[in-house]
Design a protein around this ligand. Structure first.
Ligand SMILES: Cc1ncc(COP(=O)(O)O)c(C=O)c1O
Length: 380
């Protein structure tokens, strides 16, 4: 008998010799889904012609299950490979006039900022960054972003749950504020599926999110939710035989590709349901809170004072003696893996540096205790 507080590492194939405390970056695929995926690949290779004859119907069936999981209108839900592709398709669709402004925040994921920069370059527009403090509550977030809107703002691109700061943004209020002045909103919900119920319900023009993070599907599985007024003109990034199909079908197949991950994805959703996910998620919030407190104590620092943290991620401040660049941050993560057997990520925001801890169903308090015993010596 297990309950939603019992860690279930046996359902994953994660190396027990390492501490896996960064689910947030790349997720982790449970054994059951790996097996389903392997079976699909084997089937494809027994008769590729037969596989591709049937693949369209199977992808469409999986797409409907993923849309139902998000509790979103299936007519506006398209499959994409990742949140980066979703944001790119959205910015490709929206009109960005010359001289216009693409608004984002200082929490925006780096690659999403690059997408904004590309479309600003292509349209003779500019990227404008709004500084939202780490400890901002919802009122402050809304007021800060509202004060940056002007008649040149072509679009707001905003995180639902940010990466470097693991902070939850009030998307409903931001959509309302932007729409009141005619500004479309693109929501980067990369972390939202399984962390927020019905994450795409706030009426944004575009919402995108990854299933390969918290719902643990095969990597390369993500969704793009398109508001009715944009559905006709939203196109996949690859031009292929579906060019003249309707949305969402026109995203289902983009040339010869490996569609097995999308077809296997619902297996992970079933596993999460069996793990009593909503209850387990609230247990994991308590777990990561406690883990963060233990680590902060061991480092002599504090837990990042985020007003509305992501349910299953927390920031723990690194000692002020640790100053990181992109390069030295990568080097620190590699050393943590090699020298203390810990898979962690480190992030930077406003000149401060953090370990961003995750908790998923395979984690236990002992993981955070061991990290707390070992990390101080790595930083010495
Ligand atoms: C907030 C946010 N946006 C976008 C992404 C990009 O996700 P992907 O690499 O799946 O496109 C990430 C990945 O961690 C993220 O955290």
């Amino acid at each position: 008998m297990t309950d939603h507080t019992t860690p279930r590492p046996e359902l994953w194939s994660l190396d027990p010799g390492q501490l896996h405390l960064n689910h947030g970056s790349f997720g982790a695929v449970p054994i059951r889904t790996q097996q389903a995926l392997a079976e699909l690949h084997a089937e494809a290779d027994t008769n590729p012609m037969a596989w591709f004859r049937a693949v369209g119907a199977r992808v469409a069936a999986a797409r409907l299950e993923l849309a139902a999981y998000l509790r979103t209108d299936p007519a506006g839900f398209a499959l994409v490979s990742n949140a980066s592709a979703g944001v790119t398709a959205a910015l490709h669709t929206l009109p960005i006039p010359a001289g216009g402004r693409i608004l984002l925040t200082n929490h925006t994921y780096g690659a999403v900022r690059f997408a904004a920069e590309r479309f600003a370059r292509l349209n003779d527009a500019e990227v404008v960054e709004v500084a939202v403090p780490l400890e901002a509550d919802d009122d402050t977030v809304v007021a800060t972003i509202a004060s940056a809107l002007d008649d040149r703002t072509a679009v707001l691109v905003v995180d639902q749950i940010s990466s470097a700061t693991a902070m939850t943004f009030p998307i409903d209020r931001l959509v309302e504020t932007c729409h009141a002045v005619g500004v479309p909103v693109v929501v980067d919900g990369a972390h939202s599926p399984a962390l927020i119920d019905a994450p795409a319900e706030d009426g944004a023009d575009f919402w995108t999110g990854n299933f390969h993070k918290w719902p643990c599907t095969p990597r390369g599985t993500a969704g793009l939710v398109v508001a009715p007024q944009w559905r006709e003109r939203t196109q996949p990034l690859v031009v292929s035989w579906s060019e003249y199909a309707e949305l969402p079908e026109r995203f289902d197949q983009q040339a010869t590709n490996d569609y097995a991950g999308w077809i296997a994805a619902p297996e992970s959703l079933r596993l999460l349901a069996e793990l009593d996910w909503p209850l387990r998620r609230s247990h994991l919030s308590t777990l990561v809170d406690e883990g963060a407190r233990i680590l902060a104590k061991a480092l002599g620092t504090g837990v990042g004072e985020v007003a509305r943290p992501a349910p299953t991620m927390r920031l723990v401040e690194l000692p002020s003696s640790v100053q990181l660049t992109q390069e030295s941050g990568e080097a620190l993560k590699a050393r943590a893996s090699r020298e203390i057997g810990a898979e962690i990520t480190v992030t930077g925001f406003d000149g401060r540096f953090f370990v961003r801890l995750s908790a998923h169903a395979y984690n236990s308090l002992r993981d955070y205790e061991i990290l707390s015993e070992r990390l101080p010596r790595l930083l010495r």
